[in-house]
Structure formats: C-alpha cells, structure tokens
Write a protein of this length. Structure first.
Length: 123
C-alpha cells in the first residue's frame, strides 16, 4: 500500500466550513493564552522577583552588584505563553488565508492527502 499517495475528495464549501472552525478554535486558544500571560505577569510582579544584594552593599569596596531575577518557574510559564500566543497567531493567519481562497471556489472539488485532511479536520 502507498498510503502517502491516497487522496480524498472534498468540496470547497466543506473545506471552508472546516477552515472557519479551525480559525475559531485558534482564536479562542489565543485569547486563553493571552489571559494566562497576564496572570503570569501579575504573579511575577507580585511574588516572582528575586533580588540579590551584597551583604557589604554599604561599603565602597564591595564588588558585587545588586541583581534582580525572575523566578525560573514563572519565567518558564511566561515563555510558554509567548510561544503559544505566537503559534496560534500564525495558525490563524494560515486559516484566514485559506478561508479567503476557499470562499471564492464555490462547489469546486479538491483531492486531499492525509496531511491536508488533518490540516482542515484534525483534532
């Protein structure tokens, strides 16, 4: 069997419907991650900063400067939020483009490969 060569016929209107559903899904995930990012930023401001000061800060010959760091777990959470926001924005751009193309195709038929099917209908 050569499954990578199989195709599945789909009408443009069905693909358009699927692309709109995917766009809506990624829009809701984008909003969720934006809210999560704000929660993490609030937590960082409230309890996530670690300040390291030299014991000899008051002496002129102290060579150690004060440093401020974000707790590693919160920094990891913030990085995840930023990555997910970017991911969902990119996917929304892709699906928005497909919506424009497919909306102009009426009842045209398309032969989808497995990866195409997953792009429009995959969970």
């Amino acid at each position: 069997m050569q499954r990578d060569k199989w195709t599945f016929p789909y009408a443009a209107d069905k693909l358009l419907e699927a692309a709109r559903a995917k766009l809506d899904f990624h829009a809701s995930r984008l909003e969720w991650w934006k809210k999560k990012k704000e929660e993490v930023l609030t937590q960082i401001k409230a309890e996530g900063l670690e300040i390291d000061e030299s014991v000899a800060l008051g002496y002129s010959n102290s060579m150690r400067n004060t440093s401020v760091n974000v707790r590693n777990d919160l920094l990891t959470d913030l990085n995840e939020c930023v990555q997910k926001i970017n991911e969902h924005k990119h996917k929304m751009t892709d699906y928005h483009a497909w919506i424009q193309v497919l909306a102009s195709q009426g009842q045209a038929g398309f032969d989808l490969h497995q990866d195409d099917w997953l792009f429009f209908f995959g969970k």
